[in-house]
Design a protein around this ligand. Structure first.
Ligand SMILES: [Mg+2]
Length: 225
């Protein structure tokens, strides 16, 4: 027998650009890499410069560009270490205000869970930084723990969460931002699906997603409507 209070509905959240803005994570990581460059290579102000590039729309090769502009020769050998610093930094991120409001006023008989893609090291640090377990998230599944083949749209994480709560598919809703991959598995399994279009997200909408969500919202304030 379980000691858990009776739960008959489960809201499962994606992480990046669903509960917080992923751009905050990127900027936090770039600053961490900048501090590392200053310490290890004596290059000052690279973090701020990379953040400026990112805000101007640059999405790849930020580390190469920062090393090149500092005139560092063997840039190639340093990139993997910078990537590691980025993924293993302690992120300075906070929940979106509406997400915080929602999570801290949990509806009755409702359980919370997370399903997120992304590099395991990074995702675990984000979950810790956001304090999600303290806010009542009972299970957070990082799909990368099983390897890339189980990232969304794979079903494995959704099956894991459903069996954890031992409830029928109709009890579950998945709230996420990316219609290219997020809703494929939960829809096929019979879960409810909600797409959140958070202002400031990294990816703007896909024109005609193959598996759109049933509902769209702009903030969690609309979730219970
Ligand atoms: Mg996302």
């Amino acid at each position: 027998m379980t000691c858990r209070p009776t739960i008959d509905a489960v809201i499962v959240f994606d992480l990046d650009d669903t509960l917080y803005l992923e751009r905050d994570y990127v900027e936090s990581g770039l600053h961490a890499v900048g501090r590392w460059m200053e310490r290890q290579l004596g290059i000052a102000h690279a973090g701020g410069a990379m953040v400026e590039q990112f805000r101007a729309g640059a999405r790849g090769h930020l580390f190469d560009a920062a090393l090149a502009s500092a005139g560092v020769p063997d840039a190639e050998g340093l990139i993997p270490r910078m990537v590691q610093v980025y993924r293993q930094h302690r992120p300075a991120i906070t929940l979106a205000e509406d997400a915080m409001r929602f999570l801290s006023h949990r509806p009755g008989r409702t359980g919370f869970a997370i399903i997120t893609d992304g590099y395991l090291d990074a995702q675990r640090r984000k979950i810790r930084a956001l304090g999600l377990h303290r806010l009542g998230v009972e299970i957070a599944v990082c799909t990368d723990r099983w390897g890339r083949q189980d990232w969304k749209p794979a079903r494995r994480a959704f099956e894991r969460v459903q069996s954890f709560f031992a409830l029928p598919a109709s009890a579950f809703a998945y709230v996420a931002d990316n219609p290219e991959k997020d809703f494929v598995a939960p829809r096929r399994m019979g879960w409810r699906t909600v797409q959140i279009n958070r202002p400031g997200r990294l990816r703007e909408g896909v024109a005609t997603p193959a598996d759109p969500a049933e509902r769209e919202i702009d903030s969690f304030d609309g979730l219970l409507a």
